[in-house]
Design a protein around this ligand. Structure first.
Ligand SMILES: Nc1ncnc2c1ncn2[C@@H]1O[C@H](COP(=O)(O)OP(=O)(O)OP(=O)(O)O)[C@@H](O)[C@H]1O
Ligand SMILES: [Mg+2]
Length: 277
């Protein structure tokens, strides 16, 4: 492991906690401060699982391997300790929290970082929140709306980035934040993320996406391809461009026909279920 790394993942394997189902099959990845790493890969390849395992989601169990975050073993930490240490996950499917306003939610999250007896200054917080909402071109009335409750898909994604803008993580895991954003919103969110990077040049980002488009706005230092629960190729932005042109057929074949068939069968089944529902 390099001393300058912010995140070092070594041969990480993880399975679904209450099932004998391995999803991450040996992930290796190193991210240094200030870097943007992109993970692309077919549906069901384990991208979200990796993000959730890093954030400490109880749905998954790490079976072997090692993760070091800012020089500390990450896997021993509880999810809230990981957040306090500076890790942030913008969910692919953000959770609705009826009854809790965005302002209260974020104030509570900031409060949790303070020592006992210290209080978030309400006026400073209000100013900060409005400033961050302006950065993301969000209507100030959203501050009083319950978190994600009744939000459109794109509004939820923007709210994830608002959380990131207020919490100022040192490592942001962005899971398909670009999916569901319209073209203008994509640009606003990307500009917001780039402003955060200017404010904190050491902030690192792990950006999960299906589309090269996002990478025109947030330029990655490295692009990784995940297939079958591990990274099968890494390179520069050219990897994303090649994928857009060629798709994943080559890698799926390499993974073996069985794996490919399993996935295909599953997708067909899902489509059938959707049609008959
Ligand atoms: N809790 C779970 N129980 C059962 N299977 C799971 C669970 N979590 C993930 N999986 C399976 O693990 C595989 C990887 O899922 P994951 O959500 O990580 O994929 P992904 O790469 O993020 O896909 P997408 O591009 O569609 O978002 C999928 O086949 C998924 O069905
Ligand atoms: Mg996913």
């Amino acid at each position: 492991m390099s001393d300058t790394s912010i995140l070092t993942i070594t041969d990480l394997r993880a399975k679904v906690a209450d099932e004998d189902l391995e999803i991450l099959t040996g992930v290796n990845l190193e991210i240094r401060p200030g870097e943007v790493h992109t993970i692309m890969g077919p549906n069901g390849s384990g991208k979200s699982t990796l993000a959730k395992v890093l954030a400490g989601h109880p749905e998954y169990e790490v079976t072997s391997g090692d993760v070091v975050f800012k020089g500390q073993p990450l896997l021993d930490l509880e999810p809230n300790e990981r957040a306090l240490a500076g890790m942030f996950l913008a969910f692919q499917y953000p959770t609705e929290i009826p009854g809790v306003s965005i302002a209260n939610f974020l104030r509570t999250a900031l409060q949790a970082r303070l020592e006992d007896g210290e209080e978030v200054d309400l006026f400073d917080f209000q100013d900060e929140l409005l400033d961050r909402m302006k950065l993301l071109d969000m209507d100030p009335s959203f501050a009083e709306r319950p978190v994600n409750d009744g939000f459109s898909g794109g509004e939820k994604k923007r709210n994830e980035i608002l959380q990131m803008a207020v919490l100022r993580p040192s490592l942001a895991l962005m899971d398909e934040t670009d999916s569901g954003l319209d073209i203008d919103a994509l640009q606003i969110v990307a500009n917001g993320v780039n402003t955060l990077r200017e404010e904190n040049p050491k902030m690192a980002i792990l950006l999960i996406t299906h589309y090269q488009r996002m990478l025109n706005y947030i330029q990655p230092d490295a692009v990784h391809v995940m297939v079958g629960g591990r990274i099968v190729r890494s390179g520069g932005p050219e990897v994303a461009i090649a994928l857009e042109e060629q798709g994943y057929a080559d890698w799926k074949e390499q993974e073996g026909d069985e794996e490919g068939k399993k996935e295909e069968g599953k997708e067909e089944k899902e489509q059938e279920e959707a049609l008959t529902a």
